[in-house]
Design a protein around this ligand. Sequence first.
Ligand code: HEC
Ligand code: HEC
Length: 223
Amino acid sequence: MSRCPGLLAACLISIAGGCDRMPGAALPERMADAPAPDTFQSLYATNCAGCHGADGTHAPARALRDGAYMAAVDDAYLTRVIADGAGLMMPAFAASQGGGLAPEQIQILVAGMRRGFAVPGVRVTMPGVFPGGGDVQRGQAAFASACASCHGNDSDGGEAGCVTSADFLRLVSDQALWTAVVFGRTDLGMPGAAGPFGQRVAPLSLQEARDLVAYLASLRPNY
Ligand code: HEC
Ligand code: HEC
């Protein structure tokens, strides 16, 4: 039984619970009467900033102002995530899915993220979308060498909080684990696959990154 508290989930639940309306939910009638022209800034501030940060960093959900991450995902992926939501914690925003955004508004968001959050010239070798596969045993070994120095092990969360607890993992998708491992949370002091990881010097290989996601996913409860 894990004793380490789950990271992030509690934070996000409190954000969602503290709002008058869930981000992405349909706007009240009176606001729809006189629509102001949509800008990236207004759409992002209204729909995304609460979870991803006002400037795209330093928030509970992953940094979007992240040159490596933005270089690794294409517009079609970003459009799909915004429209359909992600995992259990990010709502769908497409009006066709019960959200509050029209396709043109989603396009404004994607174009604005490209303009404002991407860094021209950044090259990445790892895929942005989780390719699947991975070996649980090898992932456990990689966790001990690359992650435990900050995240501890199953009985002790470590300084950066616990990422092996069932409470955390049941709310977080494999895709979110993948992007955490590959691109890190450099805004919060977590390295991406290039490291450094404390004692360990070598960067994570593509296979090790897949193994790590397989290992963490194996700790997720099946209910
Ligand atoms: C209620 C909180 C919340 C809101 C609001 C929200 N997100 Fe998210 N977002 C998340 C979480 C949590 C995840 C990771 C979910 C998972 O995969 O488990 C996520 C995932 C993502 C991803 C994919 C990250 C990856 O790992 O590939 C993108 C891109 C994204 N969000 C963009 C946006 C944009 C743009 C908006 C505004 C339209 C938005 N989000 C609004 C919480 C939120
Ligand atoms: C140098 C310290 C450090 C190392 C090494 C490290 N992390 Fe992190 N990690 C952090 C910090 C700090 C956070 C942000 C914690 C918070 O949100 O309060 C974080 C967050 C996370 C998250 C949550 C992702 C999110 O979007 O908030 C996951 C999952 C994670 N780490 C997994 C890993 C894995 C797997 C490894 C090994 C490959 C690893 N970390 C290595 C410091 C580290």
